[in-house]
Design a protein around this ligand. Structure first.
Ligand code: 5GP
Ligand code: ZN
Length: 110
């Protein structure tokens, strides 16, 4: 945990979030500024900015949890995205996997 990290604060409940999953190693919640309806973030509880900063066992659930959320949300089309570093558009320095549903065209979003 890092005292100044907003995602660590979300894990601890110090900043509110729309939680969608939690286990001993993993936490998931809805993005505050969604690119589409259901845009979720899956994060390890272990704090680290980039993949290389996180032990493998804390990374293992990230993709399976993103898959579960996609299935539970009913999204048939979606993007999984994970940014490392400022030049790669990472804004929050706590590893996170985006699950971004791609709505059907007639739904008019995304
Ligand atoms: P990045 O560009 O670092 O991969 O994406 C960071 C994501 O975190 C963005 O999509 C942004 O909307 C989301 N985010 C930033 N601060 C908060 C917050 O306080 N709560 C939630 N739920 N999402 C946040
Ligand atoms: Zn953190």
């Amino acid at each position: 945990m890092a005292a100044s990290c907003i995602f660590c604060k979300i894990i601890k409940g110090e900043i509110p979030s729309m939680k969608v999953f939690e286990s001993d190693r993993t936490f998931a919640f809805l993005d505050i500024n969604p690119l589409s309806y259901g845009h979720a973030l899956v994060i390890p509880k272990f704090h680290g900015a980039k993949l290389a900063d996180i032990p493998d066992d804390s990374l293992q659930e990230l993709l399976p949890v993103a898959k579960k959320i996609a299935l539970a949300s009913g999204a048939e089309n979606y993007n999984i995205l994970q940014n490392n570093g400022k030049l790669a558009h990472q804004v929050v320095d706590h590893v996170h996997v985006h699950m971004i549903p791609k709505p059907n065209e007639q739904e008019g979003l995304g």
